[in-house]
Design a protein around this ligand. Structure first.
Ligand code: C5P
Length: 229
């Protein structure tokens, strides 16, 4: 399986002046922890890192230090995650029929989850890891007045990996450019194109490191795992 890592974001919501993926947690960068899970996944054979060129030197140093056995290719990203993924798709080798996309910021995903996502693509053209929501979700207007309370039993929180047939996802990205669609994950593009997307049970610990409190939680979970090794 070919895997793309969108890693071209910034550290804005983290309050950092550099890419948050370069920040350390439990002795390694967020980016390094993500790469280690991908390296450990039996089904992943090729890694495409989509980043901002100014981060490539740091990314290359991290890849070299981890001595990964899998090929890693660096691809210049775009202004949004959506643009970055599209650039990554265009850079995939011709032989890639399917692709997994996994956010660099989700450094707690396990190799087992990545392998389960790969396996699911044997029977579906589009999938995402997701978990059922625990909180009651409110839909609000711009004045924070509640407009709706959707039935929680139907609500799932999207994670990555997300996996797709490459030809179909590329078509959806091309259509999005033409129609000006802006989405925050790839499943949303598949959905907008009327294509089915299946959920694979994700992991409660697979959080996206976004704000400083996520760093504290990630450090705790990774520390706990290291203690088990
Ligand atoms: O900002 P957020 O954490 O939601 O971004 C999700 C993932 O998308 C991160 O791994 C980030 O590096 C990546 N991203 C990207 N290109 C952008 C913005 C975000 O690859 N322009």
């Amino acid at each position: 399986m070919h895997l793309l890592i969108p890693a071209a974001g910034s550290g804005r919501r983290m309050g950092s002046d550099r890419n948050k993926l370069l920040l350390p947690v439990q002795g390694k960068s967020i980016f390094a922890w993500t790469l280690l899970a991908v390296e450990a996944a039996k089904t992943i054979e090729w890694i495409g890192v989509v980043g901002q060129p100014h981060d490539f030197e740091d990314f290359r140093a991290i890849v070299a230090e981890l001595a990964l056995t899998k090929p890693v290719v660096f691809i210049p990203g775009g202004k949004t995650r959506q643009e970055s993924v599209y650039e990554g798709l265009k850079a995939l080798p011709e032989v890639a029929s399917h692709v997994l996309i996994h956010d660099g910021a989700r450094c707690l995903a396990t190799a087992d989850l990545l392998d389960r996502c790969t396996a699911s693509l044997e029977t579906v053209d589009g999938m995402i890891a997701a978990i059922s929501v625990k909180d009651t979700i409110k839909v609000v207007d711009s004045d924070l007045m509640i407009q709706d309370t959707p039935d929680r039993s139907n609500l799932w929180a999207a994670q990555t990996p997300q996996g797709f047939r490459v030809d179909l996802l590329k078509q959806c990205h091309a259509e999005a450019v033409l129609k000006g669609w802006e989405v925050t994950d790839d499943a949303a593009l598949f959905e907008k194109c009327g294509l089915p997307v299946k959920i694979v049970p994700g992991e409660e610990t697979n959080l996206k490191v976004t704000t400083p409190v996520d760093m504290t939680i990630a450090a705790f979970i990774l520390g706990d795992r290291s203690a088990l090794l």
